[in-house]
Design a protein around this ligand. Sequence first.
Ligand code: HEC
Ligand code: HEC
Ligand code: HEC
Ligand code: HEC
Ligand code: HEC
Length: 219
Amino acid sequence: MMSRYRMQNPQPPVANIIKRFKKLFPAALLIISGCYSAGVADDFTQPVEFSHKTHAGTNEIPCEFCHTYARRSINSGAPTIENCIGCHSVVSGTETDQIDKIKLVKEYWDNRKTIPWKKIHDLPDFVYFSHKRHIQVGYDCTECHGEINQLDVISMNTMIADLSMGWCTQCHTQNHPVIKGKVAGPVRKTRGGAIVPGGAMQTPDGSLLASRDCTVCHK
Ligand code: HEC
Ligand code: HEC
Ligand code: HEC
Ligand code: HEC
Ligand code: HEC
């Protein structure tokens, strides 16, 4: 079975191949990239031209100010329109095109509508992933999402990871238990202090690894 994600997003691997290929055959690249881009449409245009660069970059609004559930639940979730209006009832923008884009946000609010954001990251339903667990153990958003605060538009093409099973298990195998120099505490305390199969595995040298037990990610 081929995952929905890979079918929608062949871009990152192909982009890498093209990068390598470019050094060897610059002329052939034109033909290849021409065919390739014809087949891939980025249909992730959002209903409002929201920019992470403006908000999380220039204005340094913390990620979790908008994605309030990342630390507490499975989903990070998209922010509510109340969140936007909290600022945009006062912030109307300085340049003309900004003012127009912000007006659109107010229209949604005035019509009591939510903004129908399109979901970009989307694991298949048979995979269990929880933000909470990863954030609480000490990972920064950038670890899996890259420099989001430099992006005007998030799309399949800006993703730094392919969200494949190999990506998950590789990190579960290699990067534990030391994250950015500090020992990841919670894994030791899983289910009352004992090291259990669903929580962590102990390697012969005594270090702990995040679980690779199938049932942890496939419930
Ligand atoms: C903490 C305050 C804050 C929140 C919350 C906020 N914004 Fe903004 N927004 C700003 C600021 C500041 C600007 C830049 C205005 C300027 O430069 O004059 C901006 C600019 C914009 C623009 C203009 C385009 C651009 O990139 O400059 C749009 C559209 C926009 N915001 C939409 C939203 C939406 C949609 C939400 C809710 C998901 C939201 N904002 C939440 C502060 C906020
Ligand atoms: C002012 C509110 C706001 C802030 C601050 C903010 N975001 Fe967002 N974020 C949004 C909105 C609105 C969307 C949906 C529109 C879009 O995809 O651009 C979104 C979408 C995303 C998505 C894609 C969601 C999907 O469907 O796959 C990711 C990942 C994300 N944000 C991560 C971050 C990170 C990391 C930070 C901090 C660097 C951050 N966001 C800061 C409002 C915000
Ligand atoms: C260990 C990797 C990892 C880290 C760290 C991480 N994310 Fe995610 N994020 C993911 C994956 C995987 C998905 C896709 C989840 C799905 O489709 O069920 C995702 C999806 C999202 C989405 C889309 C909505 C949703 O919840 O599915 C947003 C928004 C988001 N992340 C924001 C953030 C923010 C903000 C942070 C930091 C506070 C963060 N992420 C940290 C891996 C990560
Ligand atoms: C950047 C490294 C990293 C990536 C990428 C990553 N994980 Fe993890 N994951 C961890 C660590 C470390 C833990 C252990 C957390 C703890 O100690 O509580 C963990 C724990 C988990 C747990 C909880 C296990 C338990 O004991 O119940 C699940 C479920 C999980 N990850 C699923 C995923 C899935 C699904 C993906 C891919 C979509 C993924 N992870 C990607 C590092 C990662
Ligand atoms: C750390 C999380 C994690 C663990 C552990 C894990 N998987 Fe997965 N698995 C995933 C993710 C994420 C996907 C979706 C991959 C994609 O869409 O490309 C997946 C997809 C699959 C698929 C569908 C393959 C496909 O091509 O779509 C099968 C079958 C599968 N896993 C079986 C297993 C088995 C068997 C184990 C135990 C040996 C296991 N998984 C352990 C995260 C995990």
